[in-house]
Design a protein around this ligand. Sequence first.
Ligand SMILES: Nc1nc2c(c(=O)[nH]1)N[C@H]1C(S)=C(S)[C@@H](COP(=O)(O)O)O[C@H]1N2
Ligand SMILES: [Mo]
Length: 412
Amino acid sequence: MVRHPDTPVSGRAAVLRRLARWCLAPWPAPPVTLRRGPLRPGVFRSRLRSTRMTSQLGVALGVAFGICFGTGLLSHLIQHPPGWFWWPARPVGLYRFTQGLHVATGLAAIPLLGAKLWSVYPRLFSWPPVRSIAHAAERASLGLLVAAALFLLVSGVLNISRWYAPMPFFFTAGHYWVAWLAVGGLLVHIGVHLPAVRAALTRPTGEPRQDGLNRRALLGGVAAASGLITLSTVGQTIRPLAGLAVLAPRHPDVGPQGLPVNRTAAGAGVRAAALDPAYRLRVTGPDRSVSLDLAALDRLPQYTAELPIACVEGWSATGTWTGVRLGDLVALVGADPRHSSAWVESLQVGGRYRACTVPPEHVRDPLTLIALRLGGEPLHLDHGYPARLIAPNRPGVLQTKWLSRIIVSGTP
Ligand SMILES: Nc1nc2c(c(=O)[nH]1)N[C@H]1C(S)=C(S)[C@@H](COP(=O)(O)O)O[C@H]1N2
Ligand SMILES: [Mo]
C-alpha cells in the first residue's frame, strides 16, 4: 500500500518518525577557531587515498576477519562444547587445518589493517567532527571496531609468541569476547558502507595514473607484505614450508623426540610424580576400577598411530605414537566404549590444561590412544611420560600429558 504523505499515521509510527528525525537532525556548527592542526581543510594531500582503494582493502580485510572469526569460534566450541555441539574424530587433521588457518589469516590481516587504517585516518579529522546523533553513534561503533580489531591482532600475536606479561587478563576469554564486539562493529560498519563500497568497486575509476608509487603498487605492496608474513610463519603447521618459517614462534621438528613441547614436566611441576616407580594409572568405571603400572600397560595390546599435536597457537607437528587404545581401557572397567565418555586427568596439580573430557566419538575411535611411546621410544618426560592422551582431530590443549586417572562414565 502506498501512503500519501499527508495520511495520518498511527501514534507509534509518529513517535518513531520523530525520533529518527531527531537523531538525524544536524547539530550546530562548531566554532571555526577550532579548525586547527589536522582539522584544517586540505591538510591531507596524499592522492593515493581513494574510496576505491579503501573498499578493496576493506573487502580483503572482511574476508580475513570472517575466516578468522569462524575458525576461532569453532576452536572455542571444541574446547567448551555446549550440549548441542558435536565435533567428529575424523578427518584426523581437520582441527590442524582450521586452527592453522585461524592463525595464518590473523597474521595476514596485520598489513591489511595497517593499510586500511592509513587509507581512512584523515577522516578522523573530518569537519564537523559530528553532524548528528546518528553520525556520532556510527563514529562510536567504528571506534569500537578499530579498537577491537587492534586488540585481537595484538593479543593473538602476543599469545602465539607466548608473551603474557603485557596481557593482565586470561588471553582466551579476552580474545573470545572481544571477537564478538568486533563482529558487532563490523556488521554495523558493513551495513553503513556497503552502498559506497559497491559503487566504488563497480564504477570505473578513470583517474589518471600517477608518477611514482601509484595505488596499484601500494595494494601490491600490502599484498606482498601479507604474503611474506604468511610464507615466513605458515611452515609452523605446513611441514614442507618449515624451512621458510623464520618468523614462526615454533618449528614443527624442533624439540625432544623431534616434536615441540608446549609445557615442560618441570614447568608443570610433575617431574617427581612422573618418575616415581610407584606410578599407577587408575581407571575408574561405573562398576569397577583398575590400577595399572607401566608393565601392566605394556602388556595390553599396543597400537601405533600417526597423529598431529595441533596447538591452538597455530603450530602443529605429526608424531608416531604407540600405546593402549582408550576404548580398551574403557572396556577393561566394564563400560561400553561405543557410548562412554572419559574424564582424563594429569599428575599436574594446578593449571588449566591438567584434565579434559573425551567425548564418545573420540573414545570409540581406534586411533585414540593412551600413548606410552613416541617414535618407538618411551615418551620423553616433556611429552607426557609415563602416559598421555593422543586422539585424532583435537586441539593440543585437549591432549593431556602425564596421566594419573581416567574416569569413565556411560552416556545413555
Ligand atoms: N597436563 C598437561 N597436559 C598438556 C598441557 C598442559 O599444560 N598440561 N598442555 C597441552 C598443550 S597446550 C599442547 S599444545 C600439547 C603439546 O604437547 P607436546 O608438549 O607433547 O608437544 O600438550 C597438551 N597437554
Ligand atoms: Mo597448545
